[in-house]
Design a protein around this ligand. Sequence first.
Ligand SMILES: Nc1ncnc2c1ncn2[C@@H]1O[C@H](COP(=O)(O)OP(=O)(O)OP(=O)(O)O)[C@@H](O)[C@H]1O
Ligand SMILES: [Mg+2]
Length: 342
Amino acid sequence: MVLAIDIKQITKIFDNKVKALDGVELEVNAADVFALLGPNGSGKTTLMRILTTQFRPTSGNAYNFGIDLIRNDAEVRKMIGYVPQETSVWADITGFENLLIYSKIYGVPSGSRKKIISDALQSMGLEEPANDLVRKYSGGMVRRLEIACALMVKPKILFLDEPTLGLDPSARKAVWENLTIFKKEYGTTIFFNTHYMDEADHYSDKIAIIMKGKIVKCGTANDLKQSLRSEALQFGLNCNALDKTALTKIRALDFVRDVLFHDSELMVVIENERADTALPKVMEVLMMRGIQIERIAMARPTLDDVFLKYAGPITKIPECCHQIRGCGRQIRMCGHNDVKKN
Ligand SMILES: Nc1ncnc2c1ncn2[C@@H]1O[C@H](COP(=O)(O)OP(=O)(O)OP(=O)(O)O)[C@@H](O)[C@H]1O
Ligand SMILES: [Mg+2]
């Protein structure tokens, strides 16, 4: 299979001290949508800037469709489109005028500009407001205009750095619906950075997680979820601190793989199908120490859990949990999981 992107041991050190990328190895198949997830400062933008030939790596190499992006950067630039993390259109001119400027920058011949701009506007659903000033656009429209600018060259690979950052759910959906139609028509490979797990889950063929400049996990959303081979019991407690002995006791229980505590939320990661055995034992440890349990939740791994496992601490209970009232206690659990409530 042809690789759209082939990254070999890329390292980037800024100012001889900040190691932003540390031996990144990654392969992206042609015509795939590929999501790169990682916490702030993990190296996502730096990697994208290398892949779009804006930065040179300190060491290592990378190829876009077999073309060496260090030796043949001009060739690579001809086949890529790029939408940066920061705003890249002018607000005091119209959408059409923005596209016109970019068409000139990209060297689109004057005879074909009108048609190409019209196609790009149509691809992103922006025909109607094309002649309005961009300052009147919503955030979602601005982002779609930026993507339209990048689509004019019909790129083989489209790089999007946080394409839907700050947009509401319907604006995010509109961006992805338009992108999906474009991708289907032109077979474009899409490589995007994001903090939105749901987008990576819904729209990408493959996902990589980057942490401190290293790829810590890569695969399909399902591969990543299954790699945890676990479920999570989550407890809302009436205290903001748990002593070390309680944590050690829970960690030592059968089937418990991991225990995380943050801001009165305790997450106990257990082996698949072991909730019936593990739940009463964890509750016993907590109750023996006089800790009141306010909520219990049970969830199969989501991409959030995958991300938290490989790239960060527990911050929230997965949205799949809903509330059930029973036995004088509030219990939250997934509808499809069969956990005893008392
Ligand atoms: N031009 C630069 N000069 C010096 N250090 C830089 C430069 N660009 C990035 N860095 C550093 O490299 C590291 C990775 O930054 P990068 O912007 O790639 O992270 P990111 O994953 O895109 O973060 P975010 O999610 O916040 O956008 C950070 O420590 C950052 O401070
Ligand atoms: Mg970034």
